[in-house]
Write a protein that binds this ligand. Structure first.
Ligand code: ZN
Length: 414
């Protein structure tokens, strides 16, 4: 049987721009879709100046923004559309915050009745795991592969959410790419990117994962364009055009730097955090596509729901896992909510999916504890892990997410 998923991919081959489209100035990457400013017309007179400024300074442009890009007046904001043409989009403010529909009331059935939840297991896994740098193997232990672990969590999570009434879809349901393209399709684009960075005659191949200059090769750049850019952009098309969920849950496992994949550094650290979209860096706001996508998220008012959801789910997941909050040491994030576990950060998936998105980053995969728990696999009840009785890491992850969502929706859909 041809799954609807497959049919969609097949269509995409013909409908969407080829990967070798020429670089467009001021886009973050040649693969980016040019911004469609006309689609923002529906947001005229839907937000007050106070609320617009609150979301800019509190969530999206927490590092500030420039008058060259966004100008705020009494009755309107002007946002630069096109750097080269110097054309501006004018957003007229509402005088009063329009009354918005309260959260959909629960119909009969479970607490998640009628909700459309898309599960996005992070990365690709399988034969792509090493290329993605999401694979390591410590001595005789089984390899730890994030893309396989996230898919396992998604497959265990789906039936539990369905039992509670949700309509669950998968953004990826196997260890295969969603994008129809492969690294070799991006060689020309890779050369363009290297040329734009001043490298006119790049090497084709690199010498393994430890090559310090691998990022200056056509191979490495075309692989990044494949598994990071093309893959996530194709997932966004699937989410926005076909799945159209009420919320996307991006499922990941975190890690500390592990160095050599066959002799990884193991850590004693283990922690948890959840991400929502926001905190764009000034350099990111300079790109015409990212500035447009930021505004699209701000005006569609997804942040209120995704922050509230993440902030309710995080402490429940923290209690279930016993994990402390992760503290960022970089300044590309800002803490939001009050739980201490939720940060706003501008990731491609949280930016491009046009609905509330909660991005999970529990566990440090290369911690001694998680490596031991991955060896134990999935099992019922508890088993001793480094001397402590623990449930399977997958069941613990799933149970924390389910309990957290139940707590959020029980209050939100009362
Ligand atoms: Zn990940």
């Amino acid at each position: 049987m041809i799954s609807p998923h497959r049919t969609f991919l097949y269509l995409c081959l013909f409908v969407f721009a080829p990967p070798f489209a020429l670089a467009v100035d001021r886009l973050s990457i040649p693969l980016a879709d040019p911004p469609q400013w006309k689609t923002l017309a529906k947001y005229q007179n839907t937000i007050t100046r106070d609320e617009f400024e609150r979301l800019l300074t509190g969530v999206y442009c927490t590092h500030g923004t420039s008058e060259e890009l966004i100008r705020i007046d009494l009755a309107k904001a002007c946002i630069l559309m096109d750097h080269d043409a110097q054309t501006w989009f004018t957003l007229r403010f509402a005088r009063h915050e329009p009354k918005r529909k309260s959260a959909s009331r629960r119909k009969k059935g479970g607490v998640l009745s009628g909700l459309r939840i898309a599960l996005d297991p992070g990365h690709i896994g399988g034969e792509w795991a090493k290329m993605e740098e999401r694979w390591f193997k410590s001595g005789d232990a089984l390899p730890v592969e994030e893309g396989e672990m996230t898919l396992r969590v998604a497959k265990m999570l789906a039936p539990k959410l369905r039992e509670l009434g949700a309509r669950v879809s998968f953004v990826r349901d196997k260890t295969e790419p969603v994008t129809p393209y492969r690294p070799n399709d991006f060689k020309e684009t890779a050369r363009e990117i290297l040329k734009a960075g001043g490298n006119e005659n790049p090497r084709e191949e690199f010498d393994g994962p430890d090559d310090p200059l691998k990022d200056q090769t056509v191979r490495w750049q075309s692989e990044i364009l494949f598994y990071r850019n093309s893959e996530i952009r194709q997932r966004a098309r699937l989410v926005n055009s076909k799945l159209r969920p009420d919320v996307v849950l991006c499922l990941h496992f975190n890690a500390e730097a592990w160095g050599d994949e066959r002799n990884p550094t193991l850590s004693d650290k283990n922690h948890l955090h959840l991400l929502v979209n926001g905190s764009y860096l000034p350099a990111e706001l300079e790109f015409d596509d990212e500035r447009f996508e930021m505004l699209q998220r701000l005006l569609s008012r997804v942040s209120e729901k995704e922050i509230a959801m993440a902030d309710t789910v995080a402490p429940v997941l923290a209690k279930e896992t016993g994990l402390p909050p992760y503290q960022y040491t970089t300044d590309n994030v800002i803490k939001v909510g009050t739980s201490g576990y939720v940060y706003a950060r501008n990731l491609m998936a949280t930016r491009l999916y046009r609905c509330p998105v909660v991005y999970f980053e529990p566990y440090v995969m290369n911690s001694n504890e998680v490596v031991a728990r991955v060896q134990a696999g999935d099992y019922e009840g508890t088993r001793p892990i480094n001397g402590v009785e623990r449930p399977s890491i997958y069941r613990e992850y799933v149970d924390g997410v389910v309990k957290g969502l139940v707590e959020y929706y029980r209050a939100a859909r009362r």
